[in-house]
Design a binder for this molecule. Structure first.
Ligand code: AP5
Length: 213
């Protein structure tokens, strides 16, 4: 099962992909998480990506496509995977088609999670992320049991640099310019869902869609 989750920054892709991964027993591939981990480790990819990410722009396609080509060969992807934050440009989508074709694979579902800009701003400005395991919380909608401490691993929670108001605005512009055209690219397959309800309700809807109900 290969699922592509599309949606603006803050639409809830990461939150839902984490839950779907557990429910479906398939891998969760977040290019944002991979890049943040590369920055933390100071790898050559991390060094190249840092500036783009902090400014809220897109990391060059060539870097991202290479990351995906490698990642989907890993053993945990054998049963399938959820792509969260990739593809983000038409060039990335075309490359993904080529990579999958080489392995005789195809995308099963493309789902676009739709939210308004005001919801994005509220969600991202209240997001807190675990420094250790990367899990996301929200100070109002998905609060940790203890302030600033991750429920899952006890790590410290922090606010991402790109979750500051000005950068969020820029990320939304980048989304509209570079990623929105993917809805046209996938127009025969894409399923749009309203992603402004509570987290568990959206998971239920996604599970029903994925299982074809
Ligand atoms: P990335 O990490 O992928 O960021 P993003 O796509 O902007 O998405 P977010 O992680 O901000 O949001 P999300 O939709 O996952 O929402 P979440 O579930 O966390 O990418 C970061 C950067 O890396 C990019 O800007 C770019 O520079 C680079 N990059 C990554 N991939 C790339 C690519 N393919 N090409 C080029 N560059 C790339 O939810 C947000 C908050 O809302 C959380 O606090 C959550 O708890 C809360 N929440 C979630 N759902 C709900 C709900 N239903 N109700 C209430 N609150 C909710």
């Amino acid at each position: 099962m290969i699922v592509v989750l599309l949606g603006a920054p803050g639409s809830g892709k990461g939150t839902q992909a984490t839950k779907l991964k557990d429910a479906l027993g398939i891998a969760h591939i977040s290019t944002g998480d991979i890049l943040r981990e590369s920055i933390k480790k100071g790898t050559p990819v991390g060094k190249k990506a840092k500036e783009y990410m902090e400014a809220g722009g897109l990391v060059p396609d060539s870097i991202i496509i290479e990351i995906i080509a490698q990642r989907i060969k890993e053993p945990d992807c054998k049963k399938g995977f959820i792509l969260d934050g990739f593809p983000r440009t038409v060039k990335q989508a075309e490359s993904l088609d080529g990579i999958l074709k080489e392995s005789n694979l195809k995308i099963d579902k493309v789902i676009s999670m739709d939210v308004t800009d005001s919801i994005v701003i509220e969600r991202l400005s209240g997001r807190r992320t675990c420094r250790k395991c990367g899990v996301n919380f929200h100070i109002k909608y998905n609060a940790p049991s203890k302030e600033n401490i991750c429920d899952k691993c006890g790590g410290e929670l922090y606010q991402r640099n790109d979750d500051k108001a000005e950068t969020i605005k820029h990320r939304l512009e980048v989304y509209r310019k570079d990623t929105y055209p993917l809805l046209e690219y996938y127009k025969k397959a894409v399923i749009n869902i309203k992603a402004d309800e509570d987290i568990d309700k959206i998971t239920e809807r996604l599970m029903a869609l994925i299982k074809g109900k």
